[in-house]
Design a protein around this ligand. Structure first.
Ligand SMILES: [Zn+2]
Length: 122
């Protein structure tokens, strides 16, 4: 069986995934900073979340940052999984139906683990 991608092509995907991992880690560090800052602000102002308008803004900011942090964590685990698929030789194969994920999709999103059909059904 001929491998679908050349080693050089796989190396490009690996580079792309590493770059994405790096920027995601940096983003998460920034979000962690934001959350710490928000928590500090709340302690300083000693506000009542439910009745003080500033308190609810802080709570809103906090939940936004938390949501972003969760998204980034998911993205990071997808990137890590894609990197192990690269190592295992199963990169670019749909985890659900086992068909090849189109190369254009992998270029746009190298961390994709499902083909378009399976992703739209998920
Ligand atoms: Zn599929």
């Amino acid at each position: 069986m001929t491998p679908r991608f050349t080693d050089a092509r796989l190396e490009q995907f690996r580079e792309q995934l590493r770059a994405e991992r790096e920027s995601t880690v940096r983003l998460m560090a920034g979000l962690g900073e934001d959350i710490r800052r928000i928590v500090d602000a709340r302690q300083d102002s000693n506000v009542d979340d439910e009745h003080d308008p500033e308190g609810s803004t802080i709570a809103f900011e906090r939940s936004q940052s938390d949501a972003l942090l969760r998204q980034s964590r998911d993205k990071l685990s997808q990137i890590t999984a894609a990197l192990s698929r690269l190592d295992a030789g199963s990169f670019g194969v749909c985890e659900s139906c086992g068909r090849d994920i189109p190369e254009a999709r992998l270029v746009a999103r190298p961390s994709a683990s499902l083909c378009v059909d399976c992703a739209s059904r998920a």
